[in-house]
Design a protein around this ligand. Structure first.
Ligand code: SAH
Length: 259
């Protein structure tokens, strides 16, 4: 059955109307007929099965049949602080990270970032949100990963963010019990050892920092350390920045029994 995320206020209605791209997809791409069913999700962990009543120029109207708590969410909430990357590479991270189970993304502007114009990044937000939404629909996520606004490395290290999955919007980032920065210069702390040293069963929130094409500077690594963020290695091979975030997320979820 096809899956669509809708806004929570829309989800709460007995008849749910899809508009815009989603209505186009129902009518023109999937060519759904009245009586056919879809799964609608509120992006916050609720799902319903709904039957198409009518699809016309005004939108696609669905009658809700039954509602339940959505599945498809890892219990470990990973926030991926990923340095913004050139071309389509950052989009690839958003798409694959969503498939793997990342809970939230923070685009990071680092010392060696090639892409660092805030206005250019802001202009990409709509496109990035669509990529996350489509990947979440396709992969069967129960919640829509959060896309935070871009932040500088220093802001991200010391700043506050709502913990994904938490009720409060202004919880301090200290709620993340595990904060890791992936650094190819790290020789001692292998991810396996770092993860077995922290109690993953109790650390529901994990922050993961991944650098840009040129890597983190030594000053950035030192700053991270001074904030209690542990450097970790992904092994002796150097991964491209867009590979590292996705691999790290998959390995952490695996170690946490979420994969
Ligand atoms: N500057 C490096 C490559 C950076 S790789 C060079 O050119 O040699 C881009 C990012 O991926 C890094 O900042 C790091 O966060 C992550 N990364 C890649 N390979 C890694 C590894 N083996 N261990 C830890 N992190 C790695």
């Amino acid at each position: 059955m096809h899956r669509f995320f809708v806004a929570p206020a829309v989800f709460a209605q007995p008849v749910i109307t899809l508009t815009g791209d989603q209505a186009h997809q129902v009518r023109r791409v999937l060519r759904m007929r009245p009586g056919e069913r879809a799964i609608l999700l509120d992006g916050r962990g609720r799902a319903c099965e709904a039957s198409l009543m009518a699809a016309d120029a005004e939108g696609a109207r669905f009658q809700v049949l039954r509602r339940w708590e959505a599945e498809g969410e890892p219990t470990t909430r990973i926030t991926l602080y990923q340095a913004v990357l050139k071309g389509e590479r950052f989009e690839w991270v958003l798409q694959k990270g969503t498939e793997v189970g990342v809970a939230a993304f923070v685009p990071l502007i680092c010392e060696r970032s090639i892409v660092d114009d805030p206005a250019a990044l802001a202009a990409k937000r709509g496109r990035w949100e669509r990529i996350i939404q489509e990947a979440a629909e396709q992969s069967g996520r129960g919640c829509l990963p959060i896309l935070h606004p871009p932040r500088s490395f220093a802001q991200a290290i010391s700043g506050t963010l709502a913990a994904p999955g938490s009720q409060a919007e202004d919880r301090h980032s200290g709620d993340h019990e595990v904060r890791l920065i992936f650094w190819e210069g790290e020789r001692e702390a292998r991810l396996r050892d770092v993860l077995s040293a922290c109690n993953l069963a109790q650390s529901r929130h994990i922050q993961v920092f991944v650098g840009p094409e040129g890597g983190f500077s030594t000053a950035e690594i030192a700053l991270a350390r001074s904030h209690g963020i542990r450097p970790a290695s992904l092994g002796p091979r150097i991964l491209r920045a867009e590979t590292a975030g996705v691999v790290a997320a998959a390995l952490i979820l695996y170690a946490a029994n979420d994969i």
